[in-house]
Design a protein. Structure first.
Length: 238
């Protein structure tokens, strides 16, 4: 699911990708909100908060929200540069290597929060997670040719409504029945993405209360293991 790309991808690969990384994003986003009261991947909410603070001339909070947005964009840009470099060299595992970078970043964040004890732990946590969520979202967008999103659910919820409406019109014979399997396939993908994000969020809260900041290290090791597993499976096939 982290190797084959674009036209070579199956729906089952996209669903596995969506379920796994949406759960990761849900866990990190929800746990971050539990810890410091900010979302690391919700750029709609963060830009709205930026607007609110700028309108009220609250410059310090406004700058913080601006930093969150800019660092998310930087993570996406960094990921894209790595992917482009890998594709030019025909490195098909470059997407998995990006996810390994995400896992290493999570482990480093966990180490910083547990042992370094920064003066502003919430700031480092949110900015670090924003970068990593931008990186992850770029990976998922590029590898699935924009069919899958994992770090935000607004678009996914919209897509669920669209596919349900299209199926409703098929039932009413307003749309051709031959397209129904395609709508159902897309609906499955978006539904599983939403549910995985939800369940990941619940798990993220539990993990934080169980492991404290060690949950970052746990998730980091998990995504690194996932990436290596994909790389080894592809190596065995070739």
């Amino acid at each position: 699911m982290l190797i084959s790309t674009e036209n070579l991808r199956s729906t089952s690969a996209d669903i596995k990708l969506a379920c796994t990384l949406a759960a990761v994003a849900g866990a990190l986003n929800t746990a971050a909100f539990e810890i410091v009261g900010f979302f690391s991947a919700n750029m709609t909410g963060n830009i709205s908060s930026l607007s609110d603070n700028l309108a009220k001339a609250n410059l310090a909070p406004g700058i913080f929200f601006l930093q969150i947005v800019c660092i998310f964009i930087a993570g996406s840009g960094f990921s894209t540069l790595l992917i482009n470099a890998g594709r030019r060299r025909n490195i098909r595992a470059v997407y998995a290597l990006n996810i390994i970078c995400e896992g290493v970043g999570l482990i480093l964040l966990g180490i910083i929060e547990i042992w370094v004890r920064p003066l502003s732990p919430g700031v480092i946590l949110i900015l670090g997670l924003s970068f990593l969520m931008g990186l992850q979202n770029a990976v998922v967008t590029r590898i699935s040719n924009a069919r899958v999103r994992t770090t935000h659910i607004s678009g996914t919820s919209t897509d669920i409504g669209i596919e349900l409406a299209m199926l409703f019109d098929v039932v009413r014979r307003k749309e051709p029945p031959k397209d129904a399997p395609l709508y159902l396939e897309r609906l499955r993908l978006h539904f599983f993405t939403l549910v995985s994000f939800l369940l990941g969020g619940i798990a993220g809260i539990w993990l934080f209360h169980l492991l404290s900041y060690g949950f970052l290290i746990f998730i980091g090791i998990s995504v690194i293991t996932l990436a290596f597993h994909n790389m080894l499976d592809k190596h065995k096939e070739s």
